[in-house]
Design a protein around this ligand. Structure first.
Ligand code: SAM
Ligand code: DTB
Ligand code: SF4
Length: 334
């Protein structure tokens, strides 16, 4: 297959038509697009660390770390640089190629910047790619992180623009776009995706992929399945309803449509793997997912764990993708 062109002029109708395809046709197309842009049977491994947990002033309805949530997550201060680097060294030993540091902030404060810069420099010196997710960034902060050597910044749009206010009220969809623009302008690779299973409609999922497909495509697109946490607005609202767990076929469809719409991006099967069968994860890889979070913890929620993942990947004949020297997609795909 000649590589499909990268388009940012997708219409909602085109995306709806992809979602409507017979499942096998959708899977076939997604895997065909995947092979035109990415090495087959390879998955990139990232490891997460929460460098500042809980007490977040934002009210994201899915999140255990919001001050609004009664989830039992204890608020902590920003971790010491030394401790962060220890965790990164362990992730590297476990075969991870990228270390993602997350903070439960609306935005970083100026006083936090020197420690963040040291973390980035330290992780890079170990030969791992670096990623951070710290909330909103202004242009100056994005430049400081870029100068320190940050490879990726994660900032999700989470859901369709028209569904955003049902999930988060303390910021707008446009605030998210502004930070993404600052990150891109600073020369940092963009990691941007969202959550499926928030109780959204198919139309919302179409709007979500449409929004991602019509911006400069993020280099990395995390697709999270909601981890329903007791004490969060959405965890409590969906509990004991038919929407408590997203239909697995619909989840796989969303991954496949993301792959077709953003052919060159890395699509990450993110939160929610712990409660997914290996068969469902295998379908996600077939649908074009080519990145996962490894380790036994995400930020606050449990993850599958290194041993379980190593066994699954071996069973599927999937290899760990080698980290690109400077975090650039073109080099990774060669
Ligand atoms: N505070 C920063 C922010 O929101 O940009 C960074 C950390 S935040 C936890 C990163 C992303 O994790 C969110 O945008 C959301 O997509 C995902 N996430 C958070 N809680 C989740 C949950 N319970 N289930 C699935 N995904 C979740
Ligand atoms: C993303 O899209 N998923 C990751 C990462 N970006 C930072 C976070 C998932 C968090 C899952 C819930 C938790 O651990 O609290
Ligand atoms: Fe805060 Fe991020 Fe959680 Fe929202 S998702 S409450 S911004 S930590």
């Amino acid at each position: 297959m000649t590589a499909p062109t990268i388009r940012t002029d997708w219409t909602r109708e085109e995306i709806a038509a992809l979602f409507d395809l017979p499942f096998m046709d959708l899977m076939y197309e997604a895997q065909t697009v995947h092979r035109a842009y990415h090495p087959r049977n390879e998955v990139q491994l990232s490891t997460l660390l929460s460098i500042k947990t809980g007490g977040c002033p934002e009210d994201c309805g899915y999140c255990s770390q919001s001050v609004e949530a009664d989830s039992g997550v204890k608020a902590t201060k920003l971790m010491d640089v030394r401790q962060v680097l220890q965790a990164a060294a362990q992730a590297k030993d476990n075969g991870s190629g990228r270390f993602c540091m997350g903070a439960a902030w609306r935005n970083p404060k100026e006083r936090d910047m020197p420690a963040l810069v040291e973390m980035i420099q330290g992780v890079r010196e170990m030969g791992m790619e670096t990623c951070m997710t710290l909330g909103m960034l202004d242009a100056g902060q994005a430049k400081t992180l870029a100068d320190a050597g940050l490879d990726y910044y994660n900032h999700n749009i989470d859901t369709a623009p028209e569904n955003y206010a049902n999930v988060i009220t303390t910021r707008t969809f446009e605030d998210r776009i502004e930070t993404l623009e600052n990150v891109r302008a600073a020369g940092i690779n963009v990691c941007c995706g969202g959550i499926v299973g928030l109780g959204e409609t198919r139309e919302d999922r179409i709007g979500f992929i449409h929004a991602l497909g019509c911006m400069p495509h993020p280099e990395s697109v995390p697709i999270n399945a909601l981890v329903p946490v007791k004490g969060t607005v959405l965890g409590d609202m969906l509990a004991d309803t038919p929407l408590a767990k997203i239909d697995e076929i619909e989840f796989v469809r969303t991954v496949a449509v993301a792959r077709i719409v953003m052919p060159a991006s890395m699509v990450r099967l993110s939160a929610g793997r712990e409660s997914m069968s290996e068969a469902c994860q295998a379908l996600c890889f077939m649908a074009g997912a080519n990145s996962i979070f490894t380790g036994d913890k995400l930020l606050t929620a449990p993850n599958a764990g290194d041993d379980k993942d190593a066994a699954m990947l071996a069973k599927l004949g999937i290899r760990a993708m080698q980290a690109a020297p400077h975090g650039h997609l073109e080099e990774a795909a060669e």
